[in-house]
Design a protein around this ligand. Sequence first.
Ligand code: PGA
Length: 233
Amino acid sequence: MPKLVVANWKEHPESIEEARALFSALKGLPCIVCPPFPFLEEASNYDFGHGAQDVSWEDEGPHTGEVSAGMLKAFGVTHVIVGHSERRALGETDAIINKKILKALREGLIPILCVGEPEAIHEKGTAAVEVYVGDELKEDLKGADPTKVIIAYEPIWAISTSGTGKTDTPADAADMIDFIKATLGVPDAQVLYGGSVSAENAESFLRVPTIGGVLVGGASLHPVEFKKIITYA
Ligand code: PGA
């Protein structure tokens, strides 16, 4: 299975001109770019893979601020990040995430479900981390076909903006990815690692055969660095 490289631009860049410059730098590259919603139309002019950062669980209606799967598909979006820790921190629950996963699957979008533990759980050790991530998987994927979902293991404390300055090791990430595959009961599931992936450390994660790719935040806004990550993949 080819390694997948996903760019999560979060709430960047500030202008369409900057977005266009980034899109041009990435054109033709084997990666999935998830820009903010207002840049999806412009993104659809470029031949990389198209993703979004969130999706509504409803088709349409009185849901201020929400964007439906149909609206995303109109711009060529095939993949959608669901349950990112930054959305969970805003109050997105496992029940909401589960509805979004089921909706994405019904609409033929491939969800990239983010799971991962906060620092306080990490400090308790592997058993606590497995309970935490295992519960997320169980709740978020209720009623879903686990073979149709991509998982991104993103320990919250390792995300570049978490302020901890810590990064996960490829060996520990690989152990969690094995745990996730076993929990899903899908030995060949595509499970990505995310959290401070950079041009410096990407190779060490990507050379682990069981790590299915990387979800990249900060470094994906720097084309030279991001292209190096794609080259390793
Ligand atoms: P980071 O973000 O690469 O900047 O740590 C990853 C993410 O939050 O998806």
